[in-house]
Design a protein around this ligand. Structure first.
Ligand code: CA
Length: 221
C-alpha cells in the first residue's frame, strides 16, 4: 500500500522537486504551504509521514511539530534552511525524527524518509521464522532453538546468509566443513536430510530448504 506523505514547504521550487522524488518512489504526496494548512490536513486525512519546513510564513515548523506531537507520533522530518546546531537540536528535542539541511538532494531526502519509516515500522517478526545467534552458534526456527551438529549449523547459516541463492554442494562444503577435501558430495545430502528432519519436527508444513536438481540447495526467502 502506498505511503502518504504530507509536505509542508512554502517554496514551490523545493516542494516540486521533493514531490517529484517521492512520487518516483511510489509515495502519495500532499503539499501545503502553511503551518495551519498542515494541521488542518492532518485532522482531515490519515498520513504516514510529515516533511516539515522550519521556516514557514505563518507559524514556525517547530510550533507545527509541537502541535502535531500533542496528538500524534507520526514521523516528522524537518527541512532546515540553516544547518546550525541549534535547529537540529531543537527539532529533535521537540519530537522530530530527523532533519535535512537545505540545500539537499531529493534522493537523499527520500532515503531518509525510507529509513525512518523502516525504523518506526519494523517488519513483524512472525514473517521471518529464523533467528541466528552467531555468538553462541545457535539458530532458532519458529521460536525453537534447533539442536544442530556443527556442520548442520554451518550449512544452515550459509543458506540463511542469502535466501534464494542456490549453493552447489561444493560451495556448501567449502563453507561448512573444516577440511572439505576429505568429504564427498553425498555428505552434503546426508546433512541436508538430517537438517530437514529437524526443521520438520519444529514446523511440519514448512519446507524451507529447496533442492535444485543438479545445482544444489537454497533457502526459501
Ligand atoms: Ca521556508
Amino acid at each position: 500500500m502506498a505511503r502518504t506523505v504530507l509536505l509542508v514547504e512554502d517554496e514551490a521550487a523545493i516542494a516540486d522537486t521533493v514531490v517529484y522524488a517521492l512520487q518516483g518512489e511510489g509515495y502519495t504526496t500532499r503539499w501545503v504551504q502553511l503551518g495551519r494548512e498542515a494541521l488542518a490536513a492532518l485532522r482531515d486525512a490519515p498520513f504516514d509521514f510529515v516533511i516539515l519546513d522550519v521556516g514557514l510564513p505563518d507559524i514556525s515548523g517547530f510550533e507545527v511539530c509541537k502541535a502535531i506531537r500533542r496528538e500524534s507520533d507520526i514521523p516528522i522530518l524537518f527541512l532546515t534552511a540553516r544547518s546550525e546546531e541549534i535547529d537540529r537540536v531543537v527539532g529533535l528535542e521537540i519530537g522530530g525524527d530527523d532533519y535535512v539541511a537545505k540545500p539537499f538532494s531529493p534522493r537523499e531526502l527520500v532515503a531518509r524518509v525510507k529509513a525512518i519509516l523502516k525504523r518506526v515500522e519494523p517488519t513483524p517478526p512472525s514473517g521471518i521464522p529464523w533467528e541466528l545467534d552467531e555468538s553462541r552458534a545457535r539458530i532458532r526456527y519458529h521460536g525453537q532453538t534447533l539442536n544442530l551438529t556443527r556442520t548442520e549449523y554451518r550449512i544452515l547459516k550459509t543458506l540463511l546468509g542469502q535466501p534464494e541463492r542456490i549453493y552447489s554442494r561444493e560451495q556448501l562444503m567449502e563453507r561448512a566443513w573444516e577440511s572439505p577435501e576429505s568429504s564427498f558430495d553425498r555428505a552434503v545430502d546426508t546433512h541436508i536430510k538430517t537438517l530437514r528432519a529437524k526443521l520438520r519436527a519444529v514446523a511440519p508444513d514448512d519446507e524451507p530448504i529447496r533442492t535444485h536438481h543438479g545445482l544444489g540447495y537454497s533457502l526459501r526467502p
